[in-house]
Design a protein. Structure first.
Length: 284
């Protein structure tokens, strides 16, 4: 891509952006036609500085977004994966925090054939998904400043009121099912420990934000299945019936569901909607 010397500013800006954001060589980019050389640096070398600085800034962002992957892989290997992803999916978003939105999917698409290291690869994918989900939780609208229901509100409802209620996930809640407890790896890393890869163990997670602090909760499969069906429009009775059909244990009885909902509300995982009969009262 090149622009003529008399091209308008927008065309020159587009040319510059293309040269910096791609792997195009400075020579083939006609740098000397659009950039001035100095006594010490020709135009091609000046353009190359911008290209290297741009990639370094992106890689620094990946280091900040994926501290777990950086620890597990090492900086050099994470950089290689990041550059491969960026070549396939150049940044399109104005926010630097969104450059890695499709990184986990890219790693899944380009993973090597299954072999003895498949568990290691699965762990890395789980780690990438959790770190991206936590970033999403950080950026999503939360419940900060919103009134909360009383700690035992759900348990105080009669069965009919409970089953007709329509709770929903909090807007900052994300649910993940992972093959490894990669969240424990991240928690150990935050404690300045040097964690090893955890053994394979399926986990069902709810990630959310409470009072601007990130929180990760490990759930029983039956709780996770119930939560992922809370959409703010489906009655709790219909949700419970769908979960019961899965034959998971313990069975989601009215008593248990009410207890779970009180806990989920206290943990910032769920909220009520306009369709719900819940009236909020300040939590004391």
């Amino acid at each position: 891509m090149s622009a003529s010397p008399d091209a308008p500013l927008a065309a020159l800006q587009s040319w510059m952006q293309h040269c910096i954001a791609t792997e195009a060589s400075p020579i083939s980019s006609h740098a000397s036609e659009h950039l001035q050389s100095t006594a010490k640096l020709p135009a091609e070398m000046r353009l190359a500085i911008y290209q290297r600085s741009y990639r370094l800034r992106l890689l620094q962002s990946f280091h900040a977004l994926f501290p777990g992957l950086k620890h597990a892989l090492g900086e050099e290997l994470l950089d290689a994966f990041a550059l491969d992803y960026l070549a396939a999916c150049p940044p399109r978003h104005t926010s630097i925090n969104r450059i890695a939105d499709g990184f986990a999917e890219h790693l899944e698409r380009t993973r090597p054939p299954c072999d003895g290291a498949s568990s290691w690869v699965d762990f890395l994918l789980d780690l990438a998904r959790i770190e991206l989900a936590l970033l999403d939780v950080s950026d999503a609208p939360g419940l900060e400043g919103e009134p909360r229901e009383s700690p035992s509100y759900w348990r105080n409802l009669d069965v009919e009121e409970l089953w007709q209620s329509r709770p929903a996930l909090a807007p900052c809640t994300r649910l993940l099912h992972c093959a490894h407890p990669a969240h424990e790896y991240l928690q150990a890393l935050r404690r300045d420990e040097s964690p090893e890869m955890p053994g394979e163990r399926a986990v069902w997670l709810a990630l959310t934000r409470v009072d601007f602090r990130l929180s990760t909760r490990e759930l029983a499969p039956v709780q996770w299945e119930l939560l992922r069906r809370l959409d703010g429009t489906t009655s709790l009775e219909d949700v419970a019936k769908a979960v019961m059909a899965l034959q998971l244990r313990p069975e989601p009885t009215a008593e248990l569901v009410a207890l779970w909902l009180d806990n989920f509300a206290a943990q910032g995982i769920i909220t009520a909607t306009r369709n719900s009969p819940i009236q909020f009262s300040p939590q004391t």
